[in-house]
Design a protein around this ligand. Structure first.
Ligand SMILES: Nc1ncnc2c1ncn2[C@@H]1O[C@H](COP(=O)(O)OP(=O)(O)OP(=O)(O)O)[C@@H](O)[C@H]1O
Length: 298
């Protein structure tokens, strides 16, 4: 025996850095204005995964994204990108991230083409295919002054600026709210195609759940700074049910939202329970992302 103290037995376990995971957040806490805006939040994103970040206004989505990008420092917990601390990323790692903010401010005196050239000085060369694809989609006049662009046109520009460098991780904070229906429709097809083509991971927050339903592998639902639910689309479809009455204890399912007369949401469902539920006179509806979100965040 060396007589050395046992290292930190009482301290909460620190997750080992995962160098394959584009995002690895563990027990994140962020205090703003004297209250915990994010609380004990853990989330890991795998390569190639498209994760939808859902939450009502004020849930903490933008704050989470701020911590992810190293713009806000955690009050507790860790935020890592490919195993590196988000607040101290190497320049090469930072260059692997594309960020589309909720609103694009600044750079208003530039022309579109000038801003693209200016920002390209600080990054590797834009990827030819991505540059062409996204510029075609955006359809912006390179000579237009940014201050003269409409809100939707600025949003298109923000998307081009993030994606033309072929990032391995794309973080989008409510990117489509100001896009017209055609641009939004096309974007929602181009984005998953991009992820498939490049193997990039995507974290996208939006209030338009129907859009996200079509493209997302995973749904992360937040409320009051916490993650209420983090499941894949097939998991929701197969293991979440809305029952017309509370479940029988012996079924071993977990109640995740009780909407009274509108029903009780449970998870942990499996096909063997179908007969039992029918026998007990329970009407059952399969899990649906939008209704589940509404039930969890009411
Ligand atoms: N600098 C700040 N000081 C105090 N409170 C803040 C600050 N920034 C954000 N908050 C609060 O933190 C909470 C989460 O804000 P956040 O912008 O992360 O929410 P959100 O989920 O992105 O909302 P939305 O859908 O409306 O964009 C809100 O209640 C907000 O008022």
């Amino acid at each position: 025996m060396t007589g050395q103290a046992t290292p930190d037995r009482e301290a909460p376990a620190r997750e080992a850095p995962d160098h394959q995971a584009p995002v690895q957040i563990a027990h994140l806490r962020k205090i703003l204005g004297g209250r915990a805006v994010l609380d004990d939040l853990s989330l890991t994103l795998r390569p190639g995964e498209i994760a939808a970040l859902l939450g009502p206004n004020g849930a903490g989505k933008t704050t989470l994204i701020g911590c992810l990008l190293g713009l806000l420092s955690p009050d507790a917990g860790t935020v890592r990108l490919w195993g590196e601390d988000a607040s101290a990323l190497r320049a090469e790692t930072r260059a692997r991230i594309g960020f589309v903010p909720q609103t694009m401010t600044g750079f208003t005196w530039f022309r579109v083409g000038e801003l693209m050239a200016y920002l390209a000085q600080y990054r590797a060369r834009p990827d030819d295919i991505e540059d062409r694809t996204w510029q075609e989609w955006a359809g912006l006049d390179p000579n237009a002054r940014i201050r003269t662009l409409s809100g939707g046109e600025r949003q298109r520009l923000a998307i081009v600026l993030a994606l033309r460098f072929r990032p391995d991780l794309i973080v989008l904070d409510e990117p489509v709210a100001s896009l017209d229906p055609q641009a939004r429709y096309d974007f929602m097809r181009l984005l998953p195609a991009y992820a498939r083509r490049t193997g990039a991971s995507v974290l996208i927050s939006s209030h338009i759940i129907s859009d996200l339903q079509e493209i997302s592998d995973r749904f992360v639902m937040m409320r009051h700074g916490r993650i209420m639910l983090d499941m894949t689309a097939p998991e929701i479809a197969s293991t979440v049910r809305r029952l017309s009455a509370p479940p029988v204890a012996a079924w071993g399912v977990e109640i995740i939202a009780d909407q009274g007369v509108e029903g009780v949401w449970v998870r942990g469902w499996h096909p063997a329970l179908d007969d039992a539920a029918a026998g007990a006179g329970h009407a059952m509806l399969p899990g649906d992302v939008e209704r589940l979100f509404l039930a969890l965040t009411r």
